[in-house]
Design a protein around this ligand. Structure first.
Ligand code: GDP
Length: 444
């Protein structure tokens, strides 16, 4: 998903690299490339038009930023606008204040509703809820059994039609299921409904009747992300026929181009609330517009880091440090200063996790203990100024002295010196690769 779009956007941004200032023509050119990339990804034309208009307007009016170069500024604008078309804030389920929360699922047959019921059941359980699934899809052969199977896998109670209990009438099943949930003190009821292969009036009426009968707190419209442009038509039909409060995108693991994901919110005005990424019950999570935008841009959380770095570092000092890094004259004193600045920015491990390309350091990141900063500080402060300036002179006997002075072990001193050289090497590479200005020195 999004692979092609990702590549196309990256190549659009590439042309901005190395430019000191963006002219109107530069902005037009990048906007045109982004436009074609989105249209090729099957994003609805009206959505693309508005999107591009906003990008251009903001890029033209962009303030000259001290810490971001023009390419980074455009990426930041595109990122902001992607988050907007994906819905802005994460939208959470609105639980009922009294009695069970009712969540009704609607969508075409094969969209993944029944699977979703199981996923949602498991997810709700993990949120500390006591959900119950209600099998009101009486259209598709086996839908009831399928719901029972996923319910069992998820360890969630399933209410299935009993003879004499309204078999054949999905409205009665839904109502009876809700009554049963009340009686047995389940706090969330997920109602699975029937879908057809295409939109038809009878299907819409049935869903609308169920809706009227159970008065749901949320109606989730389930849509297969692989259906591309058709998603928009289907979404509009359901909006009119049943109405819904949120959208669930399924099959995001497929090799679809992503148009549905990027259009559905703008077209329907309803937020995407969940995303499914596989057939397993655990291939499912709440939908976060900011994370999805980050994924589309393949930027990790680089932008968050840029913003935090902007706040925590003064631009002049950062520029000086960057210069030192390039020249290889970065010392342990500078390292210590940056460590202190970083620890002001929050947890070290969190900060490091924000940097794309840090995947290879995953283990170190996870094992990083913020108390390490104090230890490192003690070690560096036990060095002589000459040693801090030129760590290469720190030989065996100096290491023993430093470890004694700082109350640490020789292996701690060795580790720090090694990490300093590693970090310096890495920073030099990043600086050469056109990375961010003033990236803080990272211990590895
Ligand atoms: P329903 O007719 O809307 O209830 O759809 P189902 O829940 O029966 O799903 C239809 C098919 O899509 C099944 O084979 C599911 O395993 C599959 N499916 C559902 N969600 C996903 C998903 O997120 N990714 C993939 N790859 N397959 C899915």
């Amino acid at each position: 998903m999004f692979d092609t779009l990702q590549d196309r956007l990256q190549s659009a941004f590439k042309n901005l690299r190395g430019k000191g200032r963006l002219s109107e023509a530069d902005i037009d050119a990048v906007a045109r490339e982004i436009r074609v990339a989105l249209l090729d990804a099957d994003v609805a034309v009206s959505v693309v038009r508005d999107f591009i208009a906003r990008i251009k307007e903001r890029a033209l009016g962009a303030e000259v930023s001290q810490s971001l170069n023009p390419a980074q500024q455009v990426i930041k604008i595109v990122n902001d606008e992607l988050i907007q078309i994906l819905g802005g804030e994460t939208r959470r389920i609105r639980y009922a204040k009294n009695g069970p929360t009712v969540i009704m699922l609607a969508g075409l047959q094969g969209a993944g509703k029944t699977t979703l019921a199981g996923k949602l059941g498991l997810w709700l359980k993990e949120q500390g809820k006591s959900p119950m699934l209600v099998a009101a899809d009486l259209q598709r052969p086996n839908a009831v059994t399928q719901l029972q199977v996923v319910g069992e896998q998820a360890g969630v109670t399933v209410y299935a039609p009993q003879p004499g209990n309204g078999v054949g009438d999905p409205v009665q099943v839904a109502t009876a299921g809700l009554a049963e949930a009340r009686r047995t003190l389940h706090d969330v009821v997920v109602v699975d409904t029937a879908g057809r292969l295409g939109i038809d009036a009878e299907l819409m009426q049935q869903a609308a009747d169920i809706r009227a009968a159970v008065d749901p707190d949320e109606v989730l419209f389930v849509i297969d992300a692989m259906i591309g442009q058709d998603a928009v038509v289907t979404a509009e039909a359901f909006l009119e026929g049943v109405d819904f409060t949120g959208v669930v995108l399924t099959k995001l693991d497929g090799d679809a181009r992503g148009g549905a994901a990027l259009s559905v919110r703008s077209i329907t005005g309803r937020p995407i609330m969940f995303a499914s990424t596989g057939e397993k019950l655990t291939d499912f999570d709440a939908f976060h517009p900011d994370r999805m935008a980050g994924r589309i841009l393949d930027m990790g959380d680089m932008l968050t880091l840029i913003e935090q770095a902007e706040k925590a570092f003064d631009a002049e000092q950062a520029a000086k440090d960057a210069e030192k890094l390039m020249g290889g004259s970065f010392t342990l004193d500078d390292f210590l200063k940056q460590m202190e600045a970083i620890s002001k920015m929050g947890s070290m491990s969190k900060i490091m996790g924000l940097i794309p390309g840090m995947g290879q350091y995953k283990e170190q990141i996870e094992n990083f203990d913020d108390r390490e900063v104090d230890k490192i500080k003690a070690i560096i402060l036990s060095m002589t100024p000459a040693e801090r300036d030129n760590p290469k002179i720190i030989d065996g006997s100096r290491r023993a002295r430093i470890s004694k002075g700082s109350g640490t072990q020789v292996k701690d001193v060795n580790g720090l010196v090694d990490r300093f050289f590693d970090a310096r090497k890495m920073m030099q590479q990043m600086a050469k690769g056109g990375g961010m200005p003033g990236m803080p020195g990272m211990p590895g």
